[in-house]
Write a protein that binds this ligand. Structure first.
Ligand code: PLP
Length: 363
């Protein structure tokens, strides 16, 4: 018997967007813009920063394992009960708890191929059979996903909007899909970019789908600017939540993350500024990219994926941008070798990115 199961040996290490300091060291650059990891270009919520500073003196204490205050606050905000809320070290933390809680030996999973890499790693590391259904025109192909449902299906994962494509499933599409899914199958609706997408009138806010088998995942990492803290949350039926609470790491999220989450929820003006900055940046980037003749995938999140004529051109452009101090995400490792994902930044970052692309393409 091997020490390490083959499905673990076969995993690849997660390669994150290049850290700013690494590129500065390598190329001796004074200034670097990171538009690679869909972070909040405005920084963290200022109210969260203040609350973190005030809570430092309590760091010798363990956090509240029940997450009472933040779960109650989330429940009040979304008009549900605390028993319908779970917290985690990022929404990926909750995802990991879900995978550890519900899967029996013959259970199978279904998702889209080349969608969110975090789920891909967790699903593959579970050792269970996963049906990765190819996307259709950069969208989840829900019809083909339904065709993969069998008596063994336990979990279906949908990122809505998707990362790395930024496309979304509409209300009508979700309703038609849901009608075909047996009640014993759990549907994870990962809404990491909810705050950016919610203004689309046909975007299905899953809070209106409080079905017993739907788990909604959301996060403080994106619109609230707290990616480095690791705090996210899930909403589901209380039976699912009570079992997830038994399996989650007791002291996840950390004390500071809980404190910051509470404060970030009250930072409405920061959230509004974030959404507005993103909307303006999206329109600017989309218009400029298209006027440069670059194909884009229309997105409702805080990034735009660009499609290049060939893998080698996508690699060349990524490298050329790096040399100019702009880190973007080449999507080869995600399974999209001709694509580069560019996070939407501040006005200055967006302008520098476009100017740099312009100069790269003209040489
Ligand atoms: C679709 C999707 N889900 C989840 C996450 C992870 O969020 P968190 O930082 O809350 O774990 C991301 C982050 O990039 C994402 O794109």
């Amino acid at each position: 018997m091997p020490l390490v199961p083959s499905y673990i040996q076969n995993l690849s290490n997660y390669v994150q967007g290049k850290p700013i300091e690494e590129l500065q060291r390598e190329l001796e650059l004074d200034h670097v813009d990171k538009l690679a990891s869909n972070e909040n270009s405005l920084g963290p919520s200022p109210k969260a920063i203040k609350a973190i500073q005030a809570s430092m003196t309590n760091l010798h204490r363990y956090p509240d394992a029940t997450g009472y205050e933040l779960r109650t606050k989330l429940a009040d905000r979304f008009n549900i009960k605390m028993d319908n809320v779970i917290l985690g070290a990022g929404s990926e933390g909750v995802m990991s708890t879900i995978i550890r809680t519900f899967l029996l030996s013959d259970d199978e999973l279904i998702s889209a191929a080349n969608s969110f890499i975090g789920f891909r790693v967790l699903a593959n590391a579970s050792g269970k059979k996963v049906h990765w259904v190819p996307m259709e025109n950069y969208h989840y192909d829900l019809k083909r996903m339904v065709e993969k449902v069998t008596d063994y299906t336990k979990i279906i994962y949908i990122a809505n909007p998707d990362n790395p494509m930024g496309t979304y499933i509409t209300k009508n599409e979700f309703d038609a899909f849901y009608a075909h899914i047996p009640e014993r199958v759990l549907i994870i609706l990962d809404e990491a970019y909810f705050e950016y997408a919610q203004s689309k009138s046909d975007y299905p806010d899953s809070m209106t789908y409080r079905y017993d088998n739907v788990i909604t995942l959301r996060t403080f990492s994106k619109a609230y600017g707290l990616a480095g803290l690791r705090i996210g949350y899930g909403f589901a039926h209380d039976t699912l939540i009570s079992n997830l609470m038994k399996v989650k790491e007791p002291f996840e999220p950390s004390l500071i993350a809980l404190t910051a989450g509470m404060a970030a929820m009250d930072d409405i003006s920061f959230l509004e500024r974030t959404i507005e900055t993103n909307a303006t940046g999206y329109t600017f980037n989309k218009t400029k990219l298209e006027s440069l003749g670059i194909e884009i995938v229309p997105s409702v999140a805080n990034f735009i994926t660009t499609v290049w004529p060939s893998e080698s051109q996508a690699t060349k452009v990524t490298q050329a941008l790096l040399k100019k101090g702009i880190i973007v995400r080449n999507l080869k490792a995600f399974g999209w070798p001709k694509c580069i994902r560019i996070s939407i930044g501040t006005e200055n970052e967006n302008e520098r990115m476009i100017t740099s692309l312009q100069s790269i393409l003209s040489t």
